[in-house]
Every structure is written in C-alpha cells, then in structure tokens.
Design a protein around this ligand. Sequence first.
Ligand SMILES: *[C@@H]1O[C@H](CO)[C@@H](O)[C@H](O)[C@H]1NC(C)=O
Ligand SMILES: *[C@@H]1O[C@H](CO)[C@@H](O)[C@H](O)[C@H]1NC(C)=O
Ligand SMILES: *[C@@H]1O[C@H](CO)[C@@H](O)[C@H](O)[C@H]1NC(C)=O
Ligand SMILES: *[C@@H]1O[C@H](CO)[C@@H](O)[C@H](O)[C@H]1NC(C)=O
Ligand SMILES: *[C@@H]1O[C@H](CO)[C@@H](O)[C@H](O)[C@H]1NC(C)=O
Ligand SMILES: *[C@@H]1O[C@H](CO)[C@@H](O)[C@H](O)[C@H]1NC(C)=O
Length: 506
Amino acid sequence: MTRRSYTIYAVGITSAVLLTVGIGLFVGQVFTTLMQNRLKKELILVEGSRVFESWKRPPPPVYMQYFFFNVTNPDEIAAGEKPVLNQVGPYTYREYRYKDNVSMVENGTKVSAYNTKSFVFLREKSVGDPSVDNITTVNIPAWAVMTKLKGNFWKASMVSIWMNSLGSGIFTTLTVDELLWGYEDPLLARLAPSYPDVEPYFGLMYKKNGSNDGEFIYHTGEQNYMDYGRVETWKGQRSLNFWTSNQSNSINGSDGSAFHPMLEKNERLYIFTPDLCRSIYMEFEKDVEVKGIPAYRFTPPRSVLASKEENPANEGFCVTPQECLGTGLLKVSPCRKGAPVVASFPHFFLGDEKYVMDIDGMYPQREHHQTFLDLNPTTGVIVRASKRAQINILFSRISGFPKTRQLKEMIFPVMFLNESVVIDDASAARVQKLLLIVTLVSNFPLIIVGLGAILLLVLIILLVRARNQQTTTADDTSYSAVSDKEKEDPQNGTYIGLTAKSDPQD
Ligand SMILES: *[C@@H]1O[C@H](CO)[C@@H](O)[C@H](O)[C@H]1NC(C)=O
Ligand SMILES: *[C@@H]1O[C@H](CO)[C@@H](O)[C@H](O)[C@H]1NC(C)=O
Ligand SMILES: *[C@@H]1O[C@H](CO)[C@@H](O)[C@H](O)[C@H]1NC(C)=O
Ligand SMILES: *[C@@H]1O[C@H](CO)[C@@H](O)[C@H](O)[C@H]1NC(C)=O
Ligand SMILES: *[C@@H]1O[C@H](CO)[C@@H](O)[C@H](O)[C@H]1NC(C)=O
Ligand SMILES: *[C@@H]1O[C@H](CO)[C@@H](O)[C@H](O)[C@H]1NC(C)=O
C-alpha cells in the first residue's frame, strides 16, 4: 500500500469515528444532560452555592407603585348613583427586600427565613406628594365595623349614632400617606377601649415598612431540583385555615422569588402569596426577551380567579355559599379579620364585565393590568416581573346603618398596586455568560460532528483525486485534455512520478 492510501484510510476512519461519536452524543443529549445536572447541582439554596447570596439579597431594584381611585361623587353614590372614579398615581416607592435570619434547618435539608421589605418614597417617579395629596375613598374601618355588626341591631344602632357624632361616613378623605402607612381612625379609637382586639390605627400598608410576613421554611432543591425554593411551611403551618377546602388551603409552589431551572412551557407554576392568603398559579403565555436573555412569560389565567360555576375547583374560596362572588374576584375577608375586602386584578382585568360596568372609570387593559413573570427557562432566573393587584370593598346595604340604605350592591375599587422588577445589568451579564457556557457545552457534539464533516470532505477530495490519477495513467489517449493539463502542472507531475514508482516502504 502507498503512503497516500494510508492517508485516505486514516482520514476516512477518523471522520467516521468523529461523525459516529458526535451524532451519538448529540442524539443521546449527553452534554445537554451533563450541563443540566450541573445546573441542578448549583442552583440550590445552601451556603456557598451560586445563587444563595442573591437569593438572600436580590440585587435587581424592585419598585412598588400605588394608584388610588379618587371618588368624585360620594354624595350621589350614597343616593344610589353610579360611582365616578378618577385614577390618581403612581406613588412610587423603591422596595428593599432581603431575607432575614436565614438558617439551615432539619439537618440542612431546608432553609428558614423571614422576608423583610421596606419602602422608600421616590418623588421623581411619582405624581405628587403623598403627605399632602388628598384622596376621597371608601372609609374601610367603618365598613369593617358595620359588616361585623350586621344582624346585631342594637349594637349597630349604637355604632351608627357614634358614627354620626364622629362625622364618620361611608367615604372619607385622607392623604396618600395616611391611607397607606396608617392613621388613627376616630371610630376605631372609640371602640378600642371596649374591644381589645381592635387597633385604633388603620392603613393599607400599616406596619408593613421594615417588617416581614412570618417565618418561611423552603426546600433547598438539593434533593430534587423541582423543589428549589418551594415553600414547605409558613408560620409553622403546612397549609392554611382560611378557606373551606383542602385544595384551597394548600400552600403550593415558591414564594415568587425563586423558580426551578429547566422550566417547561406546559407546566403550571404555583406561587404562594401571603397578601392574597392563597396559592395561585401561572401558565405559559409567550416567548419574550429581556436584555438579550430569552424568557418564557407566565401569567395567571382567568381560571385562577374564576367563579365556582366556571371553575368548580374554586368553590373552596367561597367562605359561605352566599358569599360566592363572580369571576375575577377573591374575597379575602377570612384573613383580614372579617373586613369586606375583595382582591382582584387592577380595573377588574380578567373579571366579569358586570364589575367594570358598575363603576365609571374602569378600563381593563392587558398591558397595564396583567400580572406576569418573565423567567429564563434554562436557569429559572426572573428577568422581569410585574405583580398587579387591586383592593376593593364589597358594598351592600347593611341593616341598622341608614347611610347604606340606598347603596347599590357592588365591588368598590379603592387602590391598586404595581410591584415590578427588571433584572439589573450586572446580573443580566452573569446570566448571559452562564447561558453561553451552557450553549457551548451542550453543542459540543455538534463541533465534533463538524470536524467529522470537514474530514469527510477532505476524504472525498482525496478519493476523487486518486481516481483521477488512475484514469489519467490508464487512459492517457482518451482524456488527452486532462493529461495535457496535468503535464503542464509541475506539482501534479511530481505527484504522479511519486505514485508511479513502487513505494520503497511497500
Ligand atoms: C381627589 O378629588 C378631590 C375632589 O374631587 C380633589 O379635590 C382632589 O384634589 C383629588 N385628589 C387628587 C390627588 O387628585
Ligand atoms: C432574628 O434573630 C434575632 C436574634 O435571634 C431576633 O432578635 C430577631 O427578632 C429575629 N428576626 C426575626 C425577623 O424574627
Ligand atoms: C438529623 O440527623 C440525625 C443523624 O443523622 C438524625 O438522628 C436526626 O433525626 C435528623 N434530624 C432531622 C430533623 O431530620
Ligand atoms: C420605611 O422605613 C425606612 C427606614 O427604615 C425609611 O427610610 C422610609 O422612609 C420608610 N418609608 C415610609 C413610607 O415610611
Ligand atoms: C388636603 O386636605 C387638607 C385638609 O383638608 C388641606 O389642608 C390640604 O391643603 C389639602 N391638600 C391639597 C394638596 O389640596
Ligand atoms: C408598572 O411598572 C412597570 C415598571 O416600572 C411599568 O413599565 C408599568 O407601566 C407600570 N404599570 C402601570 C399600570 O403603571
């Protein structure tokens, strides 16, 4: 055999091996699996892991915006007319979040933490000064008291007289600061001495600055990556006791700050939110991209807040059968000391048309009122998110309170919030780097296949050349044009000379 045929064999075998190995690795997804196992190992909530520090103190800035519905016709509403509301906002706060008293529990298989949040007002991102801007809205403490006394005629009559003497009606005018961070309510102050569980102060965010909502125990994800960040217990409980079915009371999913890697488009993501006193779920909506990072957008579907007729699984959220509300609402009174508070998406987005029609000033829009989570599917990292929720009061006639006599039954919006976050540039750069490594390693078999293909090409060229030489030496006359050309080519000539001689090594 000639040295030349050695080359051909060597090239052929190497190419065949590379192609087989490359395609085998690619089809077997060996490197992708390796990479995924690596991610599953690194994305866990233990000291020293890649994500632990940013889980404890998330670097991306979170903004909390509050929008109020200023009532323009309180007297007419009391007389039975349709409310005309004016949206006022945003009042924007920078929200600082960190996990407090983080400690490993149960032999390091779980992690315990308190979620502390504090809020600092940002004047330049707000419409006005919360310490002087006056908002006319529902007198929530009065409604809470009135609802509590429903059916108790004598107490109701007495409180009704107090309310008149204190000038406390069904609406009130307060500054944004008072509404959010608390004020002393005259009616509550009057009741407090005789009822020890009544606090004289009220505010939608009263005592929420710099505080936490109880102890959470999370799975670390070390045993199963699907459990990464999943809530095991809240305030020592594995489930809630606000609702009437086990399914409604279950604590499912994470707290919304961590999601497992390798997200699938067809999965339901559960999130437990203490604000809503329940777990909700989100489903894939579309592919998006944020700062060059690909992401899946997950959003809560209509079925989450659907009425029990539309989604029988929601029956457990009706406190009593008479208190079942329509689609798009969640009565949260069981976890608000019985106050007639109803949660919804802003402007009754995804809710029954009826609630929108009852109020002048509701304009639900997906773009502004949808809650969403944009998650990078490979790492589970949150690249952008907006949590939007509205607080409403259930209006109805309450016997014993003449002020409510002419009211129409309706869901009265008070305020909505927009809590949003976009990944910061430094974190985005880190995620991009990680994704690049994942892509390179996962596609390593393709590089092998590529090399194999190049060698295959070389092999083909070598074979064609070898054949040409054979034909030229055998059929000199019939292919005179070719042979002429080859005679002109000195390089080719020497090559022919070499092959023509019998190889000394043979
Ligand atoms: C709310 O409405 C009242 C009366 O309609 C008005 O005086 C007040 O300025 C409004 N508040 C804001 C913040 O626009
Ligand atoms: C954290 O631990 C300290 C000391 O043990 C304790 O004083 C503090 O109240 C704890 N913080 C929370 C939020 O429980
Ligand atoms: C922790 O580990 C020890 C020894 O392995 C075991 O005896 C104990 O029951 C474990 N505790 C928990 C809470 O799992
Ligand atoms: C919340 O507390 C921080 C300090 O703990 C303070 O700087 C901030 O102004 C407070 N925010 C509000 C709205 O009171
Ligand atoms: C808000 O109401 C208070 C008391 O009625 C008043 O002193 C203040 O000027 C009002 N603020 C604005 C911005 O109108
Ligand atoms: C909520 O916040 C995000 C980010 O700050 C902003 O883009 C969006 O317009 C806000 N939504 C509303 C209803 O203002």
